[in-house]
Write a protein that binds this ligand. Structure first.
Ligand code: PLP
Length: 454
């Protein structure tokens, strides 16, 4: 295969995340040039359904004119002004008001930042700050879950529970603990019911807290559906049992809504879908439909009051990024949230979810698929060598990557995750017809790879 000039220039200049940097030197990148609706086009003019909405983020697709206009107008009015030291701009409050109005908990204020990783990093700092303000100076540890994904900064990568994000980066830092992943298909013991499984996980969490000393455990963070860790949908009752434990030990509960937020699971937030009652949420990605890097955390009134007290004591709240509440990002976020409301994006997802979920479930009949799961417009299949024993393929066969490559040849971009899991997460504006088109490509890809391995 000969590489285009653009690909060669890329190889010589750009470091690519989540890429084998060795094999990349010969394979090179796929260059995406433009987008339209749920489709993107490569530099050879080939069209693909973006079946993962980019990185679980382009909820409104690739040419939403209202977002382009919002960004352009803000760029023209003033491309940058900051919110440090008493300055502000109107877009910041517009975006914050809209987020507060829909948040799945009593949000008092919004602290913006640039990415999901920064949002979760801020969560860690805010909890430490809050507990210092409350005089709870020992209460600092965080608990997240194995296979959870919360980002890649030093703190958020420590919260992440995936070995690939820790290994040789000297992570996690101390005080970051990981409890069980609620993946019933993989981790249930033989004969264990879902109810027994979730009870065991809640018990393990409680034992961890007691072992660590509850006085030292500050917060628990969880995605409603684990995304990068394998699109793990928790069994019914899981969060109820987990939350009962958190409450008992006064542990702050953060919902990482970076993927599930803004309609993905058929409610505005995944927290609503799974009965979560968080103290705060982290949002990013679909907050701006990924048209501009912006993210945020919500802060409840009690924490806000403690932050005021600290400001009195220390003279200021000593945190913030140059791009905190960037005016272009805030303008795009405010417009995105307006569009979700006026176009009833949640209603659209609910209308399409039964078809999407049924398509994913049907894939479980395929000989390569051990488990299929979906909720709203997010789902995944888990490929196994033996359906009965759930035995995985030899990692060297890279079967997930093979299915993804085959799908790409059939005009569909999807994503392989660790454990031969293939994820689906199309833009929320997808139509019923496009769902058919998407899964037709998945079937072709699976059949092709099946012929190769059998
Ligand atoms: N949290 C979750 C649930 C995510 O899926 C991601 C990214 O995929 C992040 C946090 C990190 O966000 P970012 O990549 O914007 O730093």
């Amino acid at each position: 295969m000969s590489l285009s000039n653009a690909a060669v220039r890329d190889i010589e200049t750009v470091i690519h995340p989540y890429t084998n940097l060795d094999t990349f030197r010969t394979s090179g990148p796929m260059i995406i040039e433009r987008g339209e609706g749920i489709y993107v086009y490569d530099n050879g003019g080939n069209r693909y359904i973006e079946g993962l909405a980019g990185l679980w983020c382009t909820s409104l697709g690739y040419n939403e004119q209202e977002l382009i206009d919002a960004a352009t107008e803000q760029m023209k009015q003033i491309p940058f002004t900051h919110v440090f030291g008493g300055k502000s701009h109107e877009r910041a409050a517009e975006a914050a008001e809209r987020l507060k109005a829909i948040a799945p908990h009593a949000a008092s204020k919004v602290l913006f930042c640039g990415s999901g990783s920064e949002a979760n990093d801020q969560q860690v700092k805010l909890v430490w700050y809050y507990n210092n303000a409350r005089g709870l100076t020992k209460k600092k540890k965080f608990i997240s879950r194995q296979r959870g994904y919360h980002g890649v900064t030093v703190a958020s990568a420590s919260l992440t529970g995936l070995p690939g994000n820790h290994r040789d980066f000297d992570l996690p830092i101390s005080g970051m603990l990981h409890t069980d992943c609620p993946h019933y298909y993989r981790y249930a013991e033989p004969g264990e019911t879902e109810d027994e499984f979730t009870t065991r996980l809640a018990k393990n969490l409680e034992e961890m807290i007691i072992r660590e000393d509850p006085e030292t455990v500050a917060a628990f963070i969880a995605e409603p559906i684990m995304g990068a860790g394998g699109v793990v949908i928790p069994p019914a009752g899981y969060f109820e049992k987990i939350q009962a434990v958190l409450k008992k030990y006064d542990i702050y509960f953060i919902a990482d809504e970076v993927i599930c937020g803004f309609g993905r699971t058929g409610n505005m937030f995944g927290s609503e879908t799974f009965g979560m009652k968080p103290d705060s949420i982290s949002v990013a990605k679909a907050l701006s439909s990924a048209y501009f890097p912006i993210a945020a955390v919500t802060v409840g009134e009690e924490m806000y009051q403690a932050m005021i007290d600290e400001s009195k004591k220390l003279g200021m709240f000593g945190h913030g990024f140059t791009y905190t509440a960037h005016p272009v990002g805030a303008a795009v976020a405010a417009k995105t949230l307006e569009i979700y409301e006026k176009r009833n994006i949640v209603g659209h997802v609910r209308a399409l979810a039964p078809r999407f979920e049924a398509h994913v479930q049907r894939l479980a009949e395929h000989p390569l698929v051990g488990h299929a799961r979906a909720k709203g417009l997010i789902g995944a299949i888990e490929l196994v060598a033996d359906k009965k024993t759930k035995r995985s393929f030899d990692p060297a066969s890279a079967i997930g990557a093979a299915v993804v490559a085959a799908a790409q040849r059939h005009g569909l971009i999807i994503r392989p995750l660790a454990g031969d899991i293939v994820a689906f997460c199309p833009p929320l504006i997808i139509t019923l017809e496009q769902i058919e088109e998407m899964f037709a490509a998945v079937h072709k890809a699976l059949d092709e790879v099946e012929h190769r391995v059998t």
